[in-house]
Ligand binder design. Structure first.
Ligand code: SF4
Length: 428
């Protein structure tokens, strides 16, 4: 059995009830969404996970990625980053380590959080190939499938798997040229492996075997965007669209097999192409949950890429994207630290909410209404309570308190809200 099969058989499971309650929708709505493939709840038979609904009609969710690199291997740091991401309000984590003991770091991160955790099995397979056989191109496909099953047994809820890269996709990539190449590590590894070995991507050619593993361990399949362009100039190009078409076809096969599916989108997209990307993806895939990786809407702002991504994330969410991967201020510069993770999650959460205000109207805008009333009434306690980051709001105001405790030091004696409060009755 699987959650998809339960839903298709008319069973409303505990996870569906929990998600319905959190989202404020009917459990039957969630069940129908899962049955049709428009909603997923990444679960694992190997551990308790906080149920999180992603997809049509659900609040836009935010993922935070953590993990070591080959240069910085500090498992305690990665665990702290996971804990901070959860505290900042992330809905899921991706554990993307590429340095040190990859199994140990994943175990520790999974043990530290109730959130859904995702992984990319390809990283481990290629890194093991380098360690054992000297090069990425020596990766044995059997090892890749073994590692996929092993990661599932650790309690991984979803996996980014690069199934859409095939010989045709790579041909498109070779023929069109790009300014920024590929920014997907999995995509780059797999493309190198295919070109060197002159073989088809095993995740594509043995897709049915992959589905057996996903189904056996109840892992949600996040169709990895391996052709992801690393520059806004390369957005929405032939290789990217070719891979999306493959994901649409393979996604249908996965859903028919009873596997939950998410489709990964691009990471660098100019604002005027976001709507096209979301519409195209939703149309081709039968509205499967769309996971936007950022997106960055300009390439010129290293150090501020969390803000660049918040702009892209807000537009993506308003256009229909369901799931946003955060980007931190350290993107393109260094492995993020704890503070970077916190900033990144907050930025993407704001983006998700801004999009939800457009997608869901009053259901999401009630939050803004609460703040509007608290501001009008100069009710500072309530303003803190409803602020997305209560701690930050308290910290800033208390660091520079005004003479008149009702106002703030921005306008002091000339507080417009205070003048209005004394002279008008806007009590709505
Ligand atoms: S002092 Fe100015 S900024 Fe501060 S609450 Fe009053 S109107 Fe708003």
């Amino acid at each position: 059995m699987s959650l998809v099969r339960d839903a298709q058989n008319g069973t409303v499971t505990e996870e569906m009830k929990t998600v319905a309650k959190v989202e404020g929708v009917d459990p039957e709505f969630v069940r129908r969404g899962i049955a049709s493939g428009r909603i997923v709840i990444p679960i694992s038979p190997y551990r308790e996970t906080r149920a999180c609904g992603i997809g049509k009609g659900m609040r836009t969710k935010v993922n935070a990625s953590v993990g070591t690199s080959s240069d910085i291997v500090d498992i305690d740091l990665e665990v702290r980053k996971a804990v901070v991401a959860e505290k900042a309000g992330a809905d899921s984590l991706m554990e993307l380590s590429t340095g040190g003991d990859l199994v140990e770091v994943r175990k520790r991160v999974i043990a530290a959080t109730p959130l859904s955790v995702g992984s990319v099995p390809l990283y481990q397979a290629f890194i093991e190939a380098i360690d054992k056989d000297g090069a990425v191109v020596n990766m044995n496909p059997d090892d890749l499938f073994r590692i996929t099953a092993e990661q599932a047994k650790l309690g991984t809820n979803f996996m980014a798997i690069h199934t859409g890269i095939n010989l045709l996709t790579v041909e498109r990539l070779k023929n069109q040229g790009r300014y920024g190449g590929l920014c997907s590590r999995g995509g780059a590894f797999m493309t190198a492996w295919m070109l060197h070995n002159e073989k088809e991507n095993p995740l594509y050619s043995e897709f049915d075997y992959l589905l057996e593993i996903m189904l056996e361990h109840e892992v949600t399949l996040s169709m990895g965007n391996g052709m992801r362009a690393g520059a806004v100039h390369d957005a929405t190009d032939r290789a990217g669209i070719q891979e999306l078409i493959m994901h649409a076809e393979l996604g249908d096969r996965a859903h028919e097999a009873g596997v939950q599916v998410i489709i990964e989108g691009p990471g660098h997209v100019p604002i005027n192409e976001i709507d096209t990307n979301v519409t195209l993806m939703k149309s081709l895939t039968g509205e499967k949950p769309f996971y936007m990786l950022g997106p960055l809407v300009t390439d010129i702002a290293p150090g501020y890429d969390h803000i660049v991504t918040a702009i892209g994330g807000a537009i993506s969410s308003s256009c229909g994207a369901d799931f946003l991967c955060y980007v931190t201020p350290a993107e393109h510069l260094a492995l993020p630290n704890v503070e970077d993770v916190y900033e990144g999650v907050m930025a993407s959460r704001i983006a998700a909410h801004v999009g939800d205000m457009i997608k869901y109207g009053d259901r999401a805008r009630g939050w803004d209404l609460d703040m509007a009333r608290a501001r009008r009434d100069l009710d500072w306690g309530r303003q803190y309570e409803v602020a997305i980051d209560e701690e930050r709001a308290r910290e800033i105001r208390s660091s520079r308190l005004p003479e008149d405790k009702e106002a703030c030091t921005m306008c002091g004696d000339f507080c417009a809200l205070k003048i209005v409060k004394e002279n008008f009755d806007f009590d709505r």
